[in-house]
Structures are given as structure tokens and as C-alpha cells.
Design a protein around this ligand. Structure first.
Ligand SMILES: Nc1ncnc2c1ncn2[C@@H]1O[C@H](COP(=O)(O)OP(=O)(O)OP(=O)(O)O)[C@@H](O)[C@H]1O
Length: 246
């Protein structure tokens, strides 16, 4: 597992054509911590996660992941960066079962034979068990409910045993018991030393889930502190036009 910081974003600007998605965002998150990214739709949370994954090119500033560029960290093999995207591109009709999806989390660790070894099968079985999908392991991914599919993607990320775990809306469409399961798993992953960064609209769940919260407003991180401080009603009122976490 990594030593801190897991993620260091400094004065990051990202544009999509004329749209400025990030406008000088800075955020540092250490290993062993769960950080919740919060903010209204379009504030730049997903773009920050994509920048940490190396999927968008900075127009200014820098992103360091596990002490390297995102691309170098991803190429390093082993754990590296795992992600649970907001909208999964798995084609529901594609004939791939849940276990195979979770096995993908091990691909970066396989040797030249590209064969899964006992240690890989163990990690896959453990990940399936942790999200409660052991019984559905042989079911086609397209035959799962939306929430079950999300849990399968979390299992894939867990199987990777990454040092940095990035999740975009991991609780969207997930029922309450499964939210609790995923939250507990993220805690375990952080306690084992990984850095966990997730974007969420579930403000009420943040204090129990996260060690810290970062509030993104118009492409900048305007507050970064323990959740109770960031979620103060006056801060939320300024940002969301709300009186309290909801
Ligand atoms: N591929 C793209 N092309 C053009 N503009 C984009 C693209 N992706 C995002 N944007 C714009 O960049 C800004 C930031 O989007 P981003 O997806 O990072 O926000 P977000 O905070 O994750 O929103 P949400 O809460 O809705 O997921 C928005 O104005 C969005 O419309």
C-alpha cells in the first residue's frame, strides 16, 4: 500500500472546448483517508476524478497520483488506480458474467501467461463476497439490476487492491443495505492504507462515510475539511441554496 499523499491536485484547469470544467482546483488526499467530493451538477467532480485517472488532459496545473503522473501510475501494474465510473459502458447484451467482470480487476497484475493464479482467484472471490454477489457470480452482467451491476463494478475495483480508489456516484441507484455494504468496504480499503476519493450527492451519508469532504464550486475546491465543517448549513446554503444536508 501507498504512503501519502495518494492524490495531489494543484491549481488544475481542464477545458472541454469552450467549457471550463475545472478552473484552478487544488486538492490533496492522503493514503488511509476517505474523501467525499460534493457539489452541484456540473461543478467539476467527475472531471476531477477523470483527471486523477489521466483520462483528461490538464490545460494548466498538475495532478500527481501515488507520486507519479496518472498515466505512469496506471501503467505501473499491480494495484495502481482503480475506478468505479458513473455510467458503465458494459453493454448489457455482452455475454460476460459477473465473475469475469470482477476478474478484470486483476488483469494489471497478471504475468506474461495472462492466466489468473490462485491468488487472483482468491482476490476475486473475496471481492464478490464483500459486495454480496457470490451467488450471482455466474450470471451475465446484463442480467443484473442497476444496483447489483454497480456492486459488481465496486467488486472489480476491490479485486484490483489499488492504492487509489476513485468512485463516481457509487451509491446512485443502490439500495440502502448495499449502500451500507459499500460504505463499510470503502472504510476497510482506506484502513488498509489506500486513498479513497468518491463523488457523491448523498450529503446526509457523508459524515458517516468520509474522513473529509471537498466542496467543488464552479471548477474549484472551495472548502476541504472534516465533513461536519464542510457540511455546515451556511456553507451549503451558499453553494446549493439549501438550509441543511439533504
Ligand atoms: N465531454 C464533455 N464535453 C463538454 N463539456 C463537458 C464534458 N464533460 C463535462 N462537461 C462539462 O464540464 C462541466 C463539469 O462537468 P462534470 O461532469 O465534471 O461535473 P460533475 O460535478 O461531475 O456533475 P454531476 O454532479 O452532474 O455528475 C459541466 O459544465 C459539464 O457540462
Amino acid at each position: 500500500m501507498t504512503t501519502s499523499p495518494g492524490l495531489a491536485v494543484v491549481d488544475l484547469t481542464v477545458r472541454y472546448g469552450d467549457v471550463v470544467a475545472l478552473a484552478g482546483a487544488s486538492l490533496t488526499v492522503d493514503g488511509g483517508r476517505v474523501c467525499a467530493l460534493i457539489g452541484v451538477n456540473g461543478s467539476g467532480k467527475s472531471t476531477l476524478l477523470k483527471a486523477a485517472l489521466g483520462l483528461v488532459r490538464p490545460d494548466g496545473g498538475s495532478v500527481a497520483v501515488l507520486g507519479a503522473t496518472p498515466t505512469a501510475a496506471r501503467r505501473r501494474g499491480g494495484g495502481g488506480i482503480a475506478s468505479v465510473p458513473q455510467a458503465e459502458l458494459i453493454d448489457a447484451a455482452f455475454p460476460i458474467d459477473v465473475r469475469t467482470v470482477v476478474e478484470q480487476g486483476r488483469y494489471g497484475r497478471l504475468g506474461p501467461t495472462r492466466r489468473l493464479r490462485a491468488v487472483d482467484h482468491d482476490a476475486v472471490a473475496r471481492a464478490l463476497e464483500r459486495v454480496g454477489l457470490t451467488d450471482l457470480a455466474r450470471r451475465p452482467i446484463g442480467a443484473l439490476s442497476g444496483g447489483q451491476r454497480k456492486r459488481a463494478l465496486v467488486a472489480r475495483a476491490l479485486a484490483q487492491e489499488a492504492d487509489l480508489l476513485l468512485l463516481d456516484e457509487p451509491f446512485a441507484g443502490v439500495d440502502l443495505p448495499s449502500q451500507a455494504t459499500i460504505g463499510a468496504v470503502l472504510r476497510e480499503v482506506a484502513d488498509a492504507g489506500a486513498c479513497v476519493l468518491l463523488a457523491t450527492h448523498d450529503l446526509a451519508g457523508v459524515p458517516a462515510l468520509a474522513d473529509e469532504a471537498a466542496l467543488v464550486v464552479r471548477g474549484r475546491v472551495v472548502a476541504h475539511d472534516v465533513p461536519d465543517v464542510v457540511l455546515r448549513p451556511e456553507t451549503l446554503a451558499r453553494t446549493f441554496g439549501l438550509g441543511a444536508a439533504s
